[in-house]
Design a protein around this ligand. Structure first.
Ligand code: PHE
Length: 445
């Protein structure tokens, strides 16, 4: 078997893992959930849940991955005991299936981002952008295919010369783009009202069940948890790195970019409203999220005259880049399995698995809305939290405690003096599963 890949540095891992975490979930999902859930109140609950729940589970995935240094199915098995083998296989395969399901709808949406971006370029060149921005089956197929080719090509090149190389190039661009767009939007008339809504929390909403559940699924999805993505990235981290610190950096970056995305999208909504675009329906509810991104914001860009097409191009480039560094991390889960456990050469594995998932995207495109919504819900509201619990069960209940602690000490010799060391192992064992189960019961009950 060929040598396993590894990230070449701490920064490379942080950028790749943040690239996975930062995606449509941050730049699209987060601001919209904020706007429909009492502004700052949602931001508050989401940040609390990220610290209390998502970060501990992120650490569970990273530690298992770095210990086993293998694909996710083998990694879960590596921390298992013979009696738990069936559950270990179930967990690994279910995660892999969920990663693939997420990619199957994510790539469709990402394709729309790409086509809107190209539409803006067409407009800048004095051409019509209509075909690129109008909803059609042909457009969905063509641009999701383009997006799959990019994703597959990167993953096919492996960890260092594929995933790492592109994540470290694209993430700085993403951060610059988002800051530039925030500044530009903040200077437009109407933006101030958006900033007010964003920063002023309506604390009466903090404990509303709808808000808490939205914040939970957001925290999971946004940190790429419960599918094995962070486990596989963790498996490419060197034994000499301090994992708790790396995990905290990634969680911090993820929250940071979500908060920045809010500073972009929410003021932009209010600029659009100022310019006469409807963003709340008669009942006072925020309009449907797809319409917000693909209709409201583009019509806002249209009202900005000559600069509008440039802003639109940059905005959709931002979205596409964020999506790409996430989609490669989804595809990596089944590809690592195909190449490590099944012995298929990586390039071949990437194209085979990627085409298979693309085929499923086609099924979704042809069946339109109901299947799309169904896949999103099964994957994100149901599978991700449950698999997250299973990861905690393996770390807390199945894995021999001294081996777990030994792995934690690798690369962090002073970890025994930290609060993390004292609390986390017991915390993932009891508290994380209970919080998730409690919130799930609340959402399905
Ligand atoms: N975290 C990504 C986002 O916010 C989505 C993702 C989910 C990526 C699961 C990988 C695995 O868009």
């Amino acid at each position: 078997m060929a040598a396993r890949g590894e990230f070449s540095s701490r920064t490379a891992f942080v950028l790749a893992a943040s690239g996975s975490a930062i995606g449509l979930g941050n730049i699209w999902g987060f601001p919209i959930k904020v706007a429909s859930n009492g502004g700052g109140a949602f931001v508050f609950t989401y940040i609390i849940l990220t610290f209390l729940l998502a970060y501990p589970i992120l650490m569970a995935e990273l530690v298992i991955g770095r210990y086993a240094k293998s694909d996710t199915v083998r990694s879960v098995n590596a921390v298992s005991t013979p009696g738990f083998r069936p559950l270990a296989f179930l967990t690994g395969y279910w995660g892999m299936l969920t990663a693939s399901l997420i990619l199957s709808f994510y790539a469709i949406v990402a394709g729309w981002m790409v086509s809107h971006g190209i539409g803006a370029v067409a407009e800048l060149l004095g051409q019509s952008q209509t075909w690129f921005v109008a909803d059609s089956v042909a457009r969905s197929i063509l641009f999701s295919a383009v997006f799959y080719v990019l994703t597959i090509a990167i993953v096919a090149n492996g960890v260092a010369s594929g995933i790492e190389k592109w994540s470290t190039r694209l993430m700085p661009v993403l951060i610059l783009l988002i800051i530039a767009l925030i500044i530009y939007i903040a200077m437009q008339p109407g933006a101030a009202e958006g900033w007010r809504v964003y920063l002023q929390p309506d604390f009466s909403k903090v404990l509303e069940p709808g808000l808490v559940v939205d914040a939970l699924s957001q925290a999971f999805f946004s940190l790429s948890l419960g599918v094995g993505t962070m486990m596989i990235y963790g498996s490419y981290v060197s034994k000499s790195e301090n994992l708790p610190k790396l995990g905290a950096t990634v969680a911090g970056m993820d929250i940071g970019i979500a908060v920045l995305a809010g500073m972009l999208v929410i003021p932009a909504m209010y600029v659009a409203q100022h310019n006469g675009v409807v963003i709340y329906d008669d009942a006072g509810n925020l309009i449907e999220s797809g319409r917000l991104i693909f209709n409201v914001l583009p019509s806002l860009f249209d009202t900005m005259g000559g600069a509008g097409a440039v802003v639109a191009m940059l905005f959709f480039a931002l979205m596409s880049i964020a999506a790409l560094t996430s989609s490669i991390s989804m595809l990596e889960v089944p590809v690592a399995y195909a190449s490590e456990s099944r012995g298929i050469q990586r390039k071949k594995a990437a194209w085979l698995v990627g085409s298979g998932i693309f085929a499923f995207s086609l099924v979704i495109i042809f069946n339109a809305a109901w299947l799309f919504d169904w896949v999103v819900r099964i994957a994100t509201e149901f599978s991700e939290p449950l698999i997250g619990i299973l990861f905690c069960v393996f770390v807390g209940w199945v894995w021999q405690r001294d081996k777990l602690l030994q792995e934690l000490k690798q690369g962090s010799p002073h970890v025994e003096r930290t609060l993390f060391w004292k609390i986390w192992p017991t915390y993932v064992k009891f508290v994380c599963p209970l919080i998730v189960i409690g919130l799930l019961i609340r959402s399905f009950g």
